[in-house]
Design a binder for this molecule. Structure first.
Ligand code: SF4
Ligand code: SF4
Length: 373
């Protein structure tokens, strides 16, 4: 979520705020196999990608001046803890004092758990996949890791329970048969929620099935009610078209401290801007050096990072007007990727249903490119 500090800055300077650095997809492997996973099956099971090497991670950290520019090393997969050198990566980050944001399924064994606890002060946030834990006796192992790490993290140097988030994805198929209220209650019986800050809700953003899909809105509402009853914060993943909610939903969740309407229409994390322009992509850097706008747009936007970097001379950038305003290589690269997004999005006409929608374009910018691919 953007800081209030960012919201106060004039617009031309907001663009030069630190960019959200790439998610480092350090491995394609993941043995959990969630039904909604964006990573293709061939990457998860058949090793389509090599693991990202520690040397390459170091190269990115240095080239993009993580330390100087205050960037966070965001580790993602697949399942990042299945990278054979995961603990070496954490050691390196700890030694260099680069904060780590870990996005993980928390189904690892004791060795990884101990390695994380040893360097708990290096971690700045956790986003933990809390979906589909009822199968294969997963919850037991998950709880062992969750309860110990969340407890220590809440008491660590950079931590705090508000930075520990459990992700719930509402898949794009069979979502109507999932009872999220019962599911979350079953998690609460095993997990110590006193060290948990938020539940993050995500939608499988893979199609126009989202439009006016009130059943989907009902599922989001089940999670929102659980959060309200358990005093947990709610985070929204990138896109939530307001047409999935009824007027009753908007009324039910309006309180002085939380507004569903505001979250889906004003929060840049949760809406796409007019014309389906995605404002805050994920920027996934793959082990083979391709940089994606986000996983959903992979088939349309996947340039090689070295190609995007070509023609940027760091010295010239430093002396340029935008360089003096604080722009770094991260800004140049992300602007180029945004330009590709706009080009691709414009090739797909906005849906007639959106053009005639009373919320378009002021309150909802239609569906993002990811939904067309
Ligand atoms: S393009 Fe769509 S799926 Fe991708 S980050 Fe943007 S809103 Fe999310
Ligand atoms: S503009 Fe389209 S996606 Fe947005 S609320 Fe209206 S119908 Fe739904």
């Amino acid at each position: 979520m953007r800081s209030t500090h960012t919201q106060r800055l004039p617009q031309y300077l907001q663009k030069l705020e630190n960019t959200d650095m790439f998610n480092m997809i350090i491995t394609g492997k993941c043995s959990k196999n969630c039904s909604f996973c964006f990573t293709e099956e061939e990457a998860r099971k058949e090793k389509k990608y090599d693991d990202m090497s520690l040397d390459y991670i170091k190269e990115i950290v240095e080239k993009y001046e993580y330390k100087k520019r205050g960037h966070v090393l965001k580790l993602l997969g697949g399942e990042p803890t299945e990278h054979p050198q995961f603990l070496d990566i954490i050691e390196y980050a700890a030694k260099e004092q680069i904060p780590v944001y870990l996005i993980s399924n928390f189904l690892f064994g004791t060795k990884i758990q101990e390695g994380i606890l040893k360097h708990i002060d290096t971690f700045t946030s956790f986003l933990v996949n809390g979906a589909e834990l009822a199968e294969k006796n997963r919850l037991k192992n998950f709880a062992k890791n969750f309860n110990k790490i969340a407890y220590q993290f809440a008491r660590s140097k950079q931590g705090g329970k508000q930075k520990f988030t459990l992700a719930q994805t509402i898949p794009d198929t069979h979502y109507d048969v999932i009872n999220f209220t019962e599911y979350l209650k079953s998690l609460k019986r095993e997990l110590d929620f006193s060290n948990l800050g938020n539940i993050r809700i995500g939608l499988g953003l893979s199609g126009t099935y989202l439009l006016h899909n009130k059943k989907l809105g009902d599922k989001v509402a089940e999670i929102l009610r659980f959060n309200r009853e358990n005093r947990l914060g709610t985070q929204f993943d990138c896109q939530f078209p307001p047409c999935i909610f009824t007027d009753e939903h908007f009324k039910e969740f309006e309180t002085p401290s939380f507004s569903l309407w505001n979250n889906v229409t004003a929060n840049p994390d949760a809406k796409t801007f007019p014309g389906g322009i995605c404002h805050m992509p994920a920027f996934d850097l793959m082990p083979d050096e391709t940089l994606l706008y986000c996983y959903q747009t992979q088939s349309a936007i996947s340039p090689k990072l070295p190609d995007l970097e070509k023609s940027v001379d760091p010295e010239t950038l430093k002396d340029s007007f935008i360089g003096k305003l604080g722009a770094g290589l991260d800004h140049v690269v992300s602007q180029r990727l945004r330009a590709s997004y706009l080009e691709e999005r414009e090739k797909r006409p906005t849906l007639d249903e959106c053009k005639s929608c009373h919320l378009y374009p002021q309150y909802c910018g239609s569906l993002c490119l990811g939904c067309y691919l």
